[in-house]
Design a protein around this ligand. Structure first.
Ligand code: NAD
Length: 250
């Protein structure tokens, strides 16, 4: 008996970092996992890892979360293949180059908001449609500690992640009575390929800012995802969990 037996779990950005770790943990917990990621990613190795973790039906579906038709098609392909969708981890996202707000390139602002916020909305919209049809479901949104406090130099990222928390709270209050729960995870810096796009020189400062004096590992976020995805969190709705080595406490 595993915590996600018979659950169909859909993970955006499931081919890398936090999404991939979450996919592997979900497979170990008995889930059927769909990794939804850009068509360009090399997903075969991830599918093999999911097979090895116990999910022989693991599926890759291409998605670009900035394209609403692509989001619709990815969720439809999941439901067509497995008949339902129980849990969605809306995790795909990108970092931003450091910049002042006064001299920020509007293209960068628009790109970060389009992926990290509007893209999450597109996913949530079509996940909710399926949940309403089948009588319930669970959404877990990946925000960031920058959804709770400012990250200087990363204004569009900070704004997008604050937006993700607003979206999560709205789902929680609007659909909580329909057997739909939505919660959010706010990681501090986690060792994933995303950190390559951020300021590498800042790494030591991030570590020093953390009471635990280390960055997080993707598996440490995946464990929280499993809690929110499973019935163990049955009364969590609109819950925002910071996983930050103690940064927020300081
Ligand atoms: N790594 C960190 O320090 C950290 C901290 C806080 C929050 N987060 C958040 O966690 C989430 C996952 O980040 P990660 O660190 O695992 O990054 P990552 O770069 O390892 O993985 C991100 C995944 O998202 C996919 N992706 C990017 N744009 C996409 C799009 N338009 N459509 C579909 N898929 C797309 C990528 O292909 C990749 O597989 C992001 O939302 C990120 O903002 C990360």
């Amino acid at each position: 008996m595993h915590r996600l037996d018979k659950k169909v779990v859909f993970i955006t950005g499931g081919n890398s970092g936090i999404g991939k770790s979450s996919a592997i943990e979900a497979a170990k917990e008995g889930a059927t996992v769909v990794i939804a990621d850009l068509a360009s990613v090399n997903h075969e190795a991830t599918i093999r890892e999911l097979n090895d973790a116990g999910d022989k039906n693991a599926l890759f579906v291409p998605i670009d979360i900035t394209d609403v038709e692509s989001v619709k098609a990815a969720i439809a392909a999941t439901v067509q293949k497995f008949g339902r969708l129980d849990v969605a981890l809306n995790n795909a996202g990108v970092g931003a180059p450091y910049s002042g707000i006064h001299n920020m390139d509007e293209k960068i602002w628009n790109k970060i908001i389009a992926i990290n916020l509007t893209g999450q909305f597109y996913c949530v919209k079509y996940e909710l449609q399926q949940f309403l049809k089948q009588g319930g479901g669970v959404i877990v949104n990946v925000a960031s500690l920058a959804g709770l406090v400012a990250e200087p130099g990363l204004a569009p990222y900070t704004a997008s992640k604050h937006g993700v928390l607003g979206l999560t709270k709205n789902i929680a209050v609007q659909y909580g009575g329909q057997n739909i729960r939505a919660n959010a995870i706010c990681p501090y810096y986690i060792e994933t390929p995303l950190l390559k796009d951020l300021n590498a020189n800042a790494r030591e400062a991030w570590i020093q800012r953390t009471p635990m004096k280390r960055l997080g590992q993707p598996e440490e976020i995946a464990k929280a995802f499993i809690y929110f995805a499973s019935d163990e969190s049955s009364y969590c709705n609109g819950t925002i969990m910071a996983i930050d080595g103690g940064v927020l406490a300081g």
